[in-house]
Ligand binder design. Structure first.
Ligand code: DGI
Ligand code: FE
Ligand code: FE
Length: 201
């Protein structure tokens, strides 16, 4: 399928094929296929924006590893690890990245700090987002199966500016969440404001 391999010191000693098998234990086929597409898009964006292609590809591949972990299991980790009761007010949409890395580390041994950070930040973003974090954040939104007009717009903007394309994504996510009456995580808002400031600098 793909002829690349990741450095074993980034993967907890697993070959890519072994990582795919581990992912299949946690994810249904549709989510698994999305992850492989995000891997490919992350590698392309990384090459375009001068980011480490292996870190981006690996983070893209693994970004939704915990997407289908049971909510009760997330709640247990949030409590046991003392991640704060505020976090309990959200749901799997927010938890699977920032809490999901706990499952990823425990079950795969993947330990590269930059890779884990990009996964942790892939849903809300972070005001201190690095280029690697932005690549994975954006790849999730513009992978080839994403076909909404706003996703096409972000794909187009991504040809010129990583920051501007991430802002298109955040505008869309925030509008969507507000339209549903959902609680906005403070990091989602802080990231939006930080990227607006970066863009106007
Ligand atoms: O995991 P994916 O579906 O590929 O994409 P994602 O990780 O970017 O987003 C997962 C969900 O998280 C999506 O439905 C929107 C939601 N989300 C993102 N930011 C926030 C949020 N949900 C709440 N309640 N608050 C947020 O700030
Ligand atoms: Fe996700
Ligand atoms: Fe995703």
């Amino acid at each position: 399928m793909n002829d690349y391999e990741y450095p074993l010191n980034m993967t907890g000693g697993h070959t890519r094929t072994q990582l795919l098998a581990l992912m299949h234990q946690r994810l249904d086929d549709a989510r698994f296929d999305h992850c492989v597409r995000v891997e490919q898009t992350s590698r392309e964006l990384a090459a375009q924006y001068g980011v480490d292609v292996d870190q981006a590809g690996l983070a893209g591949l693994l970004h939704d590893y915990a997407k289908q972990v049971a909510p009760a299991d997330f709640e247990r980790v949030i409590k046991v690890q003392g991640l704060g009761t505020e976090l309990l007010q959200y749901n799997r949409g927010v938890w699977h990245g920032m809490v999901g890395v706990w499952f990823l580390q425990a079950e795969t041994g993947v330990s590269d700090p930059a890779v884990l950070q990009a996964i942790r930040r892939h849903t809300t973003g972070d005001p201190e987002m690095t280029k690697l974090d932005m690549v994975v954040f954006l790849a999730d939104f513009i992978e080839p199966a994403r076909e909404l007009d706003v996703e096409k717009k972000a794909r187009h903007v991504a040809k010129k500016s990583l920051t501007a394309a991430c802002l298109v994504e955040l505008q869309s996510t925030l509008s969507f969440l507000v339209s549903k009456g959902a609680r906005i995580h403070p990091l989602t808002l802080a990231t939006y404001n930080a990227l607006v400031a970066r863009k106007t600098k």
